[in-house]
Unconditional design. Structure first.
Length: 205
């Protein structure tokens, strides 16, 4: 599976602890094509232990495995890639330290998208498309801004921020390669069903 297809349905953990691993499996069963370990509120050790299990699951289901922010954790877990924000280690440094990792960059404007591509990012996580309780402080890019990002860069773009089964179709019409979600899937009463419903909207691979 090529990178663009693997980014179609990108599911991010809500907590990143071992209790969430079961829900990750359900997301993969529902059709998630990439999983990101986002572990903002747990210890590095807990994130590592959860990540070990998630790494096994992603291999089992043929999905990509990314780690949010932490290049050291990505290397330790033999992840496929790392997602870096403006406050993380610079993209060019990550590419030098771990040349085998796929490096994604979180961007919030067209200018940031162009800069990230110039620095060597392999794909962009662009948002926030809509307001989201997961990251209330995030700047809103909107559908128009997202469409402009897709038009201006040549690398894959994944939309993030407030995406649900109801608005994902509208998001995909901007030309993005995929959508990234946290609560829409990971906080759903039925994770597998929520993932399947979202996959039906964004299209299969």
């Amino acid at each position: 599976m090529g990178l663009r297809k693997a980014l179609r349905l990108y599911v991010i953990t809500a907590r990143g602890d071992r209790e969430e691993v079961r829900r990750v499996r359900e997301a993969l069963e529902g059709g998630a094509t990439s999983i990101q370990l986002r572990a903002k509120s747990v210890t590095a050790r807990e994130a590592y232990l959860a990540g070990r299990e998630i790494r096994k699951l992603t291999r089992e289901y043929g999905a990509l495995f990314f780690v949010d922010d932490r290049i050291d954790l990505a290397i330790a877990l033999d992840a496929d890639g790392v997602q870096l924000g403006p406050g993380d280690i610079p993209i060019e440094v990550a590419k030098n330290v771990a040349p085998n990792l796929i490096v994604g960059a979180s961007v919030y404007s067209v200018d940031e998208a162009l800069k990230a591509e110039e620095l060597g990012a392999d794909y962009l996580g662009a948002g926030a498309v809509f307001s989201t309780p997961t990251k209330p402080e995030a700047r809103i890019l909107g559908l128009g801004g997202l469409r402009e990002v897709v038009k201006r860069v040549s690398i894959p773009v994944v939309a993030i921020g407030g995406i649900t089964q109801e608005n994902a179709g509208e998001v995909m019409k901007t030309g993005v390669d995929g959508v990234a979600v946290i609560s829409t899937v990971m906080c759903a009463p039925d994770v597998k069903k929520a993932t399947q419903e979202l996959k039906n909207v964004v299209g299969g691979v």
